[in-house]
Design a protein around this ligand. Structure first.
Ligand SMILES: Nc1ncnc2c1ncn2[C@@H]1O[C@H](COP(=O)(O)OP(=O)(O)O)[C@@H](O)[C@H]1O
Ligand SMILES: [Mg+2]
Length: 149
């Protein structure tokens, strides 16, 4: 599925649509180069889940955690760009952080990728003119609840 995301308002709407159906165990894998809009979409999802105020980019810390009641469900926002090897995702405790939580993953391929998980919604962002497009591939768990804003 291809989505046109011509401006930031479109990113916000897509984030809201994903947040509305997001469940523990889900992975939203956000791929695309630097500046593609991965953090922008992750922030839109986190805000739509109820978080108020600043949402730091996890590019330095690698993992940022959000817990209820500030958000509707436990959330892990990760940026795997700085991992040198996919095994490092395990070493930093990703599986523990993910227990009962949904995962928003930037640079998912640096963590070995998540497309093999049926609860993975893979979103590849690309620059197009002044906006973005998204190529969305949904795992079996997402069928019937695909976010189409
Ligand atoms: N759909 C969009 N249309 C126009 N600009 C966008 C869109 N999505 C994101 N941007 C802009 O792109 C820039 C980089 O976004 P960011 O989310 O930090 O990228 P990434 O995390 O992929 O490196 C930001 O200035 C953001 O405002
Ligand atoms: Mg980013």
């Amino acid at each position: 599925m291809r989505l046109d995301l011509p401006d930031l308002a479109a990113m916000t709407r897509l984030g809201e649509a994903i947040a509305a159906v997001l469940k523990p165990g889900d992975v939203v894998a956000l791929s695309g180069g630097l500046g593609a809009g991965k953090t922008t979409l992750a922030r839109a999802i986190i805000a739509a889940l109820g978080h108020e105020g600043e949402i730091p980019s996890p590019s330095f810390a690698i993992i940022e955690i959000y817990d209820p009641p500030a958000v509707r469900l436990p959330l892990v926002h990760a940026d795997f760009y700085r991992l040198k090897h996919p095994a490092e995702a395990e070493e930093i405790g990703l599986d523990d952080y993910r227990q009962g939580a949904a995962l928003l993953a930037e640079w998912p391929e640096h963590a070995g990728g998540f497309a093999q998980e049926s609860a993975c919604l893979a979103i590849a962002l690309e620059v197009e003119d002044d906006g973005r497009i998204a190529i969305v591939e949904a795992g079996a768990d997402w069928l019937g609840r695909l976010p189409c804003p």
